[in-house]
Design a binder for this molecule. Structure first.
Ligand code: BTN
Length: 264
């Protein structure tokens, strides 16, 4: 669709009549950036107000979890949100960001999305969005938390044949393109709603748990050189995964530098 191809995620387009109190009130937009997370970190260090977002139409050195590269071709959303949460709220940022993406996708496209622990967003088992949260905590105080969200929106999967088995895009699933602007604005609203609701974190935990596709499955978790195998039994209130080994043991795995794959 011609209109959507030309759509740009500029400051004015994003902020105009945006019904939020602080998320997205300040927008740093660049057509192309190495990584929105990197610029967001610099902005946070120089005192950017909470809720400032950094957006790019394209990233040239997008970062994924575990120092992986994240592809952000034109047609995707590359967004970083600067937050200054209380230390006690930090574990919930993973939950609320992934839920905000799931709700946004469902509201805008009608597609059903799931969460692969800890925070990959999948449609029919294929990854449509990745989230990288980078924090700086000093002396029990959160200096900043950068929530980096990459969504495959209008991406022709035929252009990325290597990724077709594991990844998808919203346009691929729908058969037509989606307004990135509409999607992004809804995401900011959902993020703020869940963030401001954080004192009621039990609800957040319950909703996140309900959306986790990982539970009950046989999984392999890799953390550095260590490998654990078992059934993903449940998640704790702070987001760790409880893995039941074949010997009956229960292992708690925190959502740090780990990869998880379903083994059957
Ligand atoms: C992952 O699944 O490995 C996380 C991917 C996170 C990608 C986003 S895109 C916007 C932000 N800027 C980055 O450099 N990375 C995150």
């Amino acid at each position: 669709m011609q209109g959507l191809m030309k759509e740009r995620l500029t400051q004015t387009a994003i902020s105009r009549n945006l019904p939020t109190k602080f998320i997205g009130k300040k927008v740093i937009y660049h057509p192309v950036l190495p990584s929105t997370n990197e610029l967001a970190k610099q902005s946070a260090r120089s005192g950017a107000p909470e809720g400032t977002i950094v957006v790019a139409d394209q990233q040239t050195a997008g970062r994924g979890r575990l120092k992986r590269l994240w592809l952000s071709p034109p047609g995707s959303i590359a967004l970083s949100i600067i937050l200054y949460p209380d230390l006690a709220h930090l574990p919930y940022i993973i939950m609320l960001s992934s839920l905000a993406v799931v709700y946004t996708i469902e509201q805008i496209t009608g597609l059903k999305a799931q969460i692969k622990w800890p925070n990959d967003i999948l449609i029919d088992g294929k990854k449509v969005c990745g989230i990288l949260i980078e924090t700086d905590v000093q002396r029990n105080k959160v200096k900043y938390a950068i929530v980096g969200i990459g969504i495959n929106v209008n991406i022709r999967m035929a252009d990325f044949p290597d990724l077709g088995k594991i990844a998808t895009s919203l346009s691929h699933e729908l058969g037509h393109e989606v307004s990135r602007l509409q999607l992004l604005r809804r995401l900011l609203v959902e993020m703020e709603r869940l963030y401001l609701n954080l004192p009621a974190k039990e609800n957040l935990y319950r909703e996140w748990q309900e959306r986790l596709t990982t539970l009950g499955k046989k999984v392999v978790v890799t953390s550095g050189d260590t490998r654990y195998e078992g059934i993903a039994e449940s998640v704790t209130a702070v987001g760790s995964l409880l893995l039941r080994g074949s010997d009956g043991s229960l292992k708690e795995i925190t959502a740090g530098d780990v990869t998880l794959r379903t083994s059957s």
